[in-house]
Design a protein around this ligand. Structure first.
Ligand SMILES: [Zn+2]
Length: 151
């Protein structure tokens, strides 16, 4: 990892060397000084290039984390709950129920994959419209139970 301080120090050294060049009269010394300045500038350019690449990487990482966080926050409006039939579902919390967002349930299995999938409700079963996960509303004796959520 390149440090910003090192890149700045390199540039400062190049500037100092350039300032000192006006006092040099000997051609060989002048050539050596110019070569030194060129070397310092090339090194600084390389450091800055690496810094820029790192900067872009961090911006991208930050964007991805924000996106992930926003996705995760959508689930904060739901709570995990057992049906009487012993299945996990995630109902919308009462305080978030509005005219435009009526009471509904989402799939806890899809949530683990970061997907917010509403479930259909036929009165007996909740069924995920995305993965097909079934949750029986009541009674533990109803069939089928093959799709039971297992984590
Ligand atoms: Zn699902």
């Amino acid at each position: 990892m390149i440090e910003v301080g090192a890149a700045v120090t390199g540039l400062k050294a190049a500037i100092q060397a350039a300032k000192a060049i006006k006092d040099v009269n000997d051609q060989a010394e002048l050539n050596a000084a110019v070569a030194e300045i060129m070397e310092k500038l090339a090194s600084s350019q390389s450091d800055l290039g690496a810094l820029l690449a790192e900067h872009h990487e961090l911006i991208e990482e930050n964007r991805q984390l924000k996106e992930k966080l926003e996705k995760q926050q959508r689930f904060n409006k739901y709570r995990l709950e057992w049906t009487e039939g012993g299945y996990l579902i995630m109902p919308l919390r009462d305080e978030y129920v509005t005219d435009v967002e009526p009471s509904h349930v989402i799939c806890p299995k899809c949530k683990e994959d970061g997907r917010l999938s509403p479930m259909n409700d036929d009165g007996l079963w909740y069924k995920c419209i995305s993965c097909g996960y079934l949750a029986c509303r009541e009674g533990k004796t109803r069939q089928p139970r093959t799709n039971r959520f297992s984590g």
